[in-house]
Design a protein around this ligand. Structure first.
Ligand code: ADP
Length: 302
């Protein structure tokens, strides 16, 4: 994804919402077919984003050998996306090019650091079950597969079916974000860990109550609540001066997946991810705000 980001006041957001009869609520992520050009004009900064790409960059920063699977367009944005991901340490040879614009998102951050996000799927909407089957070897050979709900559920389900059919399989972490339409993947047997934030946990409450794996609820500045089949515990977030909480959940998920893939115990993995996510809120942007592994480990030691 290419993220078009604007740091706007709540007053300005109210004006835009009035003019266009449309705007996500604070903290909300919605899917749309297009973002009005006048709104995009207010979004003066562009960053490379998308949950999958952000999480892959975070996993790479955490020390994992991270591959991003998915589709990009054949447009100008594609070159920037692929090149920048590679620079940030992500393996990109599994990405396929399709005849659709590279996905993009409009992200508005207000003066309280709350974000409002509208996503246009573009090429991300073209990831198919056949794509997942073409990449079955890579999926099976991974230590951890981290899925988000920004790709078509059919493709994620096909990927999980490939794993169910295999003897050895990676730990599967599912970030049910956005929550809308996350039910089918969440219900798949191969999902081991699910990482909803508070609004996703509320939207998926019934399914989460029945989920028989590990539920890792991120609670913003209040930390993380973890429930396994036979245990539950809370992990605090370090207190930081947050300037932009966008993508904190992505940094969390990427660091968590890297640690679990590396064989870390659940509590240690969650603690490390919480520190990384908190540090990421102290700088603007998402991928540019991902802290390096050494910084996270230093913070934990202090
Ligand atoms: P999302 O970004 O998906 O909405 P959260 O807001 O729950 O998810 O943030 C994910 C994690 O990032 C939290 O569990 C916490 O560890 C960290 N985090 C987020 N906001 C803050 C904050 N203001 N201060 C400290 N840590 C934060």
């Amino acid at each position: 994804n290419v993220d078009h980001v604007g740091y706007l006041s709540q007053d300005r957001i109210a004006v835009l919402a009035d003019a266009h009869g449309w705007f996500p609520d604070a903290g909300e992520t919605v899917r749309v077919d297009a973002v009005p050009a006048a709104v995009r004009d207010d979004l003066t900064e562009t960053f490379l984003g998308g949950k999958g790409a952000n999480q892959a960059v975070a996993a790479a920063a955490a020390g994992a050998d991270a591959s991003l699977l998915g589709c990009v367009g054949e447009d100008e944005a594609e070159h920037a996306v692929v090149e920048t991901l590679a620079e940030r340490g992500v393996t990109v040879d599994g990405l396929e090019r399709v005849d659709a614009p590279t996905g993009y998102a409009a992200i508005v951050v207000d003066e309280t650091a709350e974000n409002r996000i509208a996503i246009v799927a573009g090429a991300n909407g073209r990831v198919t079950p056949a794509y997942a089957r073409r990449h079955a070897d890579r999926l099976r050979d991974a230590d951890c597969l981290l899925l988000q709900n920004e790709l078509p559920a059919a493709a994620s389900l096909a990927a999980l079916d490939e794993l169910s059919a295999a003897g050895r399989r990676p730990t599967v972490v599912y970030d049910p974000a956005p929550a809308d339409g996350a039910e089918r993947v969440l219900a798949h047997d191969a999902v081991d860990v699910v990482t909803p934030n508070e609004s996703e946990a509320a939207a998926l409450a019934e399914l989460l109550a029945d989920f028989d794996g590990t539920v890792v609820r991120t609670l913003g500045a209040r930390g993380v609540a973890v429930e396994t089949v036979d245990d539950s515990f809370h992990v605090d977030s370090p207190t930081v001066d947050a300037v932009d909480t966008t993508g904190a959940g992505d940094v969390f998920a990427g660091y968590l997946a890297a640690a679990l893939g590396d064989g870390a115990a659940l509590r240690a993995a969650v603690e490390r991810a919480a520190v990384a996510a908190a540090l990421s809120t102290t700088a603007e942007g998402v991928q540019t705000a991902v802290p390096a592994r050494t910084r996270v480990l230093d913070e934990i030691r202090d």
